[in-house]
Ligand binder design. Structure first.
Ligand SMILES: Cc1ncc(COP(=O)(O)O)c(C=O)c1O
Length: 398
């Protein structure tokens, strides 16, 4: 038999968590596992701006023919403006260009191939911890994966250790940085920290790869782009992976982009020729529908304003839930212990709860979160914060 020697790999632990959650008959259960935004009704809604754009596409779209290796150039322009800023000199001088990809994951997959193929011998540095898919994508592409410390066992950001580690990275290696809303911890760098990271990256001649999957979910659409724009402005070469899954709620439509910044327009053309070649071997042409929705929204002032309001509503709901959870923990004397929840950004929080406490929360209180203690704060039902706080207080007593 051809397949006789093929074994089984373990499934994604987060997907296993979803199954367990669905099988739990407790009506007061909490799903804080999977990384999607949920509204107060526990739904991951289709944004109104997206519905309107889809309607427009149904009425007006003329063709479904192939879109080309880099995708729609209008999408590329608009997503680059969203990420780099409309006034970015890089765009005016044609030193930045976007390749449309199937989600942020597609952008990461493409950039992994680009590094392996065009920059052989370069290793990549990931934060410890990071989104687990970062680990597998770059390892599968054949890159040497190393880690810089980020959040330690004391559940606190350790920028000193991060900087020290990057000082040791071999010249030319790639450093992956989360632009905002760090997954899984929720701990983001301050502006001063970013300046220090920029300094090391510049001195050590490292190549930054900025993963920007949560624009708008931290401090706002523009504020979240601060670090990315800083690096793009200050360094001659930067790689950026952008995702429209969360901020447009287009998860399953698979919309993202790999944005490359180069020192000359001519070099951008060289790099983009390589990306088109690599993308051809991966997926030929990117999927169109979600990107067409994004293009319709970003290209129409009214729809864009409506969308920005909807992103802001999602962002502020998450911020309120963070504050609300810490407040709900106050009567148990735990506000200070969990104060970091309020300082973290985005959907995720490294709560600091250990594996045993996470297990008890699941088994005794039907609260489902990842074993590392990562909770998706956007999954919390705002009307039941007290009951969640009570469950957390009970496991903290033991
Ligand atoms: C850090 C990070 N990067 C990239 C992605 C890619 O998301 P998608 O491929 O769904 O656009 C995610 C999604 O969870 C993420 O958390």
């Amino acid at each position: 038999m051809h397949f006789a020697a093929i074994g089984r790999v373990p499934g994604d632990p987060i997907l296993g968590l979803i199954d367990a959650y669905h099988q739990d008959s407790n009506p007061n259960k909490f799903d804080l596992g999977v990384g999607v935004y949920k509204d107060p009704n526990g739904l991951t809604p289709i944004l109104h701006s997206v519905k309107l754009a889809e309607q427009r596409l149904v009425d007006q779209q003329q063709t479904k023919t192939y879109i080309g290796g880099h995708g729609d150039s209008r999408f590329g322009q608009l997503i680059s403006e969203l990420v780099l800023g409309t006034e970015s000199p890089l765009l005016a001088s044609k030193r930045a260009g976007a390749t449309q990809t199937p989600g942020g994951t597609g952008a990461l997959r493409l950039v992994a191939d680009f590094i392996a193929h065009c920059l052989p011998g370069r290793g990549i540095w990931l934060s410890d911890p990071t989104w687990p898919i970062h680990e597998s994508i770059f390892a599968e592409a054949g890159l040497k994966v190393s880690h810089y410390p980020y959040v330690g066992s004391d559940n606190a950001l350790n920028v000193e250790a991060m900087l020290q580690s990057l000082e040791q990275a071999p010249e030319g290696d790639v450093v992956l940085l989360h632009a905002c809303c760090h997954n899984p911890t929720g701990f983001d760098l301050s502006h001063d920290d970013w300046l220090n990271v920029l300094d090391v990256v510049r001195r050590r001649h490292l190549l930054p790869l900025i993963d920007f999957a949560y624009q708008g979910f931290g401090d706002g659409l523009e504020a979240d782009a601060w670090s990315t724009r800083l690096f793009a402005r200050e360094l001659p070469e930067v790689l950026i992976t952008s995702s429209c899954s969360k901020n447009f709620g287009l998860y399953r439509e698979r919309v993202g982009a790999l944005i490359v910044c180069t020192d000359t327009a001519d070099k951008l053309t060289d790099v983009r020729s390589q990306l088109a070649y690599l993308a051809r071997n991966l997926w030929s042409n990117p999927p169109d529908h979600g990107a067409a929705v994004v293009t319709t929204i970003l290209g129409d002032a009214q729809l864009k304003a409506q969308w920005a309001d909807e992103v802001e509503a999602m962002r502020s709901r998450i911020a309120h839930l963070r504050a609300g959870l810490v407040e709900a923990l106050t009567p148990y004397g735990l506000a200070e212990h969990f104060a970091h929840i309020n300082q973290q950004r985005g959907m995720f929080s490294y709560t600091g709860l250990n594996a045993e406490q996470v297990q008890v929360l699941r088994e005794k209180h039907s609260v489902y979160m990842v074993g590392s203690g990562r909770a998706n704060i956007a999954g919390v039902d705002g009307t039941r914060l007290d009951s969640l706080a009570k469950a957390i207080a009970q496991v903290c007593k033991h």
